[in-house]
Design a protein around this ligand. Sequence first.
Ligand code: SF4
Length: 244
Amino acid sequence: MAENSKIGWTDHTHNFWWGCHKVSEECKFCYISGIMKRGGYTPFAGPMRTKNWDKPRRWNRKAEQDGTRLRIFTCSMSDFFHEGADLWRGDAWKVIKECSQLDWLILTKRPERVLAHLPQDWSDGYPNVWLGVTAGCADSFSRLDVLKSIPARIKFLSAEPLLEPLDLSPYLPSLDWVITGCERAKKGQRRLMELDWVRDIDDQCRRAKVPHFFKQYYKNDSGIPCEDGYLDDLVRQSWPMAAA
Ligand code: SF4
């Protein structure tokens, strides 16, 4: 995996395991498929443990030396709470806790598995873990209900791929951050996103005083992205208050 991610809201990605199974509409054109096939793997056959677990320790040491913090998107090529990784997750939690200079952004589509798979000393959440769920369509809102019941220092929603207009008003009071973005699948497979849907979510977030991070937008199916984060000539890329 690349050390420095192209994802605007993270500094690095780290995969304790990779490989997955599709669980909902947002997964339809999941980007791991092409990457895994090119590496000679079967993409949706479940997770395999990776061998690069020392990398976060190196980032952590560097962040300590520099007196900074780094955001790590955790399991970008899988789901941290996938049932196929239950045997390895305990070791992953140890690395996450040890690397306290890193902020681990764990985004899941399986929040119903979270409570039973938190470390024993989780309490009201590790200070360096941001916990999020994906909901790009209203059919996935039940994930936000589950997230409400889980203790975490920072809770977020990723509405990417954004597949339809969303009324987030019942959920915004329990969220610290909202991400939006269009589908990043290859040309011909992208479900196009309307900018008005993003404008509406931006307005909802502003009214609820929840930071909104608009990640990217394809104007059409040409494969040419607009400048990331611009909405009506203004960058809409805000961060959770605790992380500002
Ligand atoms: S949960 Fe994430 S990694 Fe897994 S299939 Fe769905 S989009 Fe892909």
